[in-house]
Design a protein around this ligand. Structure first.
Ligand code: ADP
Ligand code: GLC
Length: 482
């Protein structure tokens, strides 16, 4: 089977969130299953060159692409995805990709990713390589199915190619005004666009992917149902419900080569279910590193997240001061995103030294230390397509406190005193009371070491390896090709 996977982020080359982890893991674990997978992504100024060796592809230099009367020139470099045999094709176009961040609000944002869509197809053409499936991910690559039906329709290379669009987050749709239609080359194909959007002067990348892809997937079973409802569908619920027979929910796996406390290269003390003592040492190390006092009996609650509304920060803000004032707890928070959240956590860190530490920016090593050293991991998302940190947390014995939504609902089970089953603390309603209940329940349980040890054992026994999850993808691909 030949799979072309296009993604705007691929770990370890460039990452802002879980999409990178998932794309990188799929590239690696599909190749382990002997699938011919090739990946397509931009070469950003932020791309990490140190993780692999890059070569220019000699027959893919100074290629031209037209967007109405704008000429884009790009070249292609290739590098192996680490620990795999997978070739990643990097689209080098400094005028588009040398920006201060991977995503921007610049006026040509649509063009930056339209180039990724078209270059993916044109590189396949130049290689004479006909993928069985083109796997698109999120809005940034969602136009590929439409391009196959329009601009590239003439090319018989793609006559048996099928497309699948994975929705990692329906909250980001790539919404622009219709003025870009001409530049994208769709002016003669208005009948293939969404008529409601056209009337409202909108052009929506993700929606066009949902309409034109041969198959759809998303990153957990619960989210696959949720996005068919008005509460979670972000305006696409009717369309998704209409296409539900071709919508598959596959929960994300974890690359345990990266996220396993037994081998994690970023943590000073390795530990595992069978030899758990390193966990306390990591907690002590982390607290000392941030200048906090260590006490085994004081629960340390970690957060690693993009600081955006999706992740439930409004709830955290509402309850945090109460929790800190009425309990003996410490927080360590790593995140970057909206200024108002960054400001709030900085304010709290100044107000409660030795109780709350806040770090901003993207810090991979610190994120591993927080997973290893914290007792609990807080993730009370308003919505969560899958979520990875709660799954990493399970393996690190860092008990997740989550809201029952999307992938959080599928991966964390509420701890029950009576049966001593469960892996975390789960609340249902998106409310301050819900979060306070879960936090208090967790803090209370922590004071009973026997119960806590049991829940840690339950959590650490969970296995969300990509070795297992990737088979679900292969099953889906086969199904699409039937
Ligand atoms: P999302 O993709 O919505 O951000 P996920 O839970 O799927 O959420 O994935 C987030 C990924 O990004 C995790 O690997 C997490 O460790 C990482 N991450 C998020 N914020 C930071 C940060 N500030 N520094 C380092 N890693 C981060
Ligand atoms: C998105 C979602 C997150 C998911 C990730 C990878 O960014 O917000 O829940 O885990 O994609 O699929």
């Amino acid at each position: 089977m030949k799979i072309a996977l296009a993604s705007s982020e691929i770990f370890p080359f460039a990452k802002t969130g879980g999409l990178a982890d998932v794309a990188g893991a799929l590239g690696k674990y599909l190749s382990k299953q002997k699938i011919d997978i090739r990946m397509f992504t931009p070469l950003y100024s932020a791309t990490d060159f140190s993780v692999s060796t890059f070569y220019p592809v000699d027959f893919l230099q100074d290629m031209e692409m037209w967007f109405a009367d704008r000429k884009i020139v790009y070249s292609v470099h290739t590098a192996k995805l680490p620990d795999s045999n997978t070739d990643v094709y990097f689209i080098s176009c400094p005028e588009l990709y040398n920006r201060w961040s991977i995503y921007t609000e610049d006026p040509d944002e649509f063009l930056r990713f339209a180039v990724l869509n078209r270059a993916t197809l044109e590189i396949c053409q130049r290689m004479g390589w006909a993928p069985d499936i083109i796997h698109c991910n999120d809005w940034q690559t969602a136009l590929i199915p439409l391009y196959l039906k329009t601009t590239y329709k003439w090319d018989t290379l793609f006559k048996n190619t099928r497309t699948v669009l994975s929705i990692h987050n329906i909250g980001y749709q790539g919404l622009f005004s219709t003025y870009i239609i001409g530049a994208l080359g769709f002016q003669d194909y208005l009948h293939l666009l969404d008529s409601y959007d056209l009337k409202s002067n909108l052009f929506n990348f993700l929606k066009l992917g949902v309409i034109h892809a041969d198959w759809l997937s998303t990153v957990s079973k619960t989210y696959a149902h949720e996005i068919q409802t008005a509460e979670y569908g972000a305006g696409m619920e009717a369309m998704l419900s209409y296409r539900k027979y071709i919508l598959t929910g596959i929960v994300n796996g974890v690359d345990y080569d990266e996220w396993d406390p037994q081998t994690d290269k970023y943590i000073p003390f390795k530990f595992s279910l069978k030899a758990p003592s390193g966990k306390q040492k990591n907690k002590k190390y982390l607290l000392e590193k941030i200048g906090f006092q260590y006490d085994e009996k004081t629960p340390l609650i970690g957060v690693v997240s993009r600081l955006v509304e999706q992740k439930g920060f409004d709830l955290i803000i509402a309850v945090l001061e109460n929790i800190i004032n009425y309990n003996d707890v410490q927080f360590v928070i790593l995140g970057s995103g909206h200024h108002r959240y960054e400001q709030f956590f900085q304010y709290m860190a100044d107000k409660y030294p030795n109780k709350l530490a806040f770090f901003t920016g993207y810090k991979n090593e610190l994120s591993h230390l927080i997973e290893a050293g914290s007792d609990m991991f807080l993730m009370p998302s308003r919505y969560e397509p899958c979520g990875l940190n709660q799954i990493y947390s399970l393996k690190y014995g860092t008990i997740p406190i989550v809201r029952k939504t999307g992938g959080l609902a599928d991966t964390v089970e509420l701890y029950q005193w009576e049966t001593q089953t469960g892996t975390g603390f789960v609340f249902e309603d998106y409310s301050e009371q819900g979060l306070e209940w879960a936090l208090n329940y967790a803090i209370e349980t922590f004071s009973y070491p026997e119960a806590w040890n049991k829940i840690v054992k339950n959590a650490m026994s969970m296995n969300y390896s990509w070795t297992i999850q990737v088979k679900e993808y292969i099953k889906m691909y086969k199904n699409i090709l039937k």
